[in-house]
Design a protein. Sequence first.
Length: 157
Amino acid sequence: MTALAPHLSAYLREHLPRERAVSPHTVKTYANCFVLLVQFAADRLKRRPTDLEIEDLGPDMIMAFLDHVETGRGSCVRTRNGRLAAIRSFFRYIEYRIPACLDLALRVRSIPTKKTDKALIDYLDRAEIKALLDAPDPRTRLGTRDRAMLHLAVDFH
């Protein structure tokens, strides 16, 4: 069995900011995800967070956590998928560091994201339309073409 704490700390403190060069905001978001996950797993397994092992975070535990994020915490599907992205990233890190956890990492990384509705823009106001039409450079041939196509696409009723 492999202790979770040292690997999770190295992932958040060294791997993300130094090796992956992600923003501090991303590190904070991922850390928040793991705070929730560790609390959830510790409560479910009735252990202290420091006693958790990587093997405790199997696909069943991750799926239960993601369901908890959505239903128990009232988060949207996008938030759930964001938490899953953080977890997948950690297990991608683990698969290269701990060969004994390779199978577990592959099973966790195979958890699918949920489909979300794509937000559509219902309308643009006049100022937004004007900005869109003014974007192509009318001094170039391609800019004139792009501007003409945009004018054909816009309906000013």
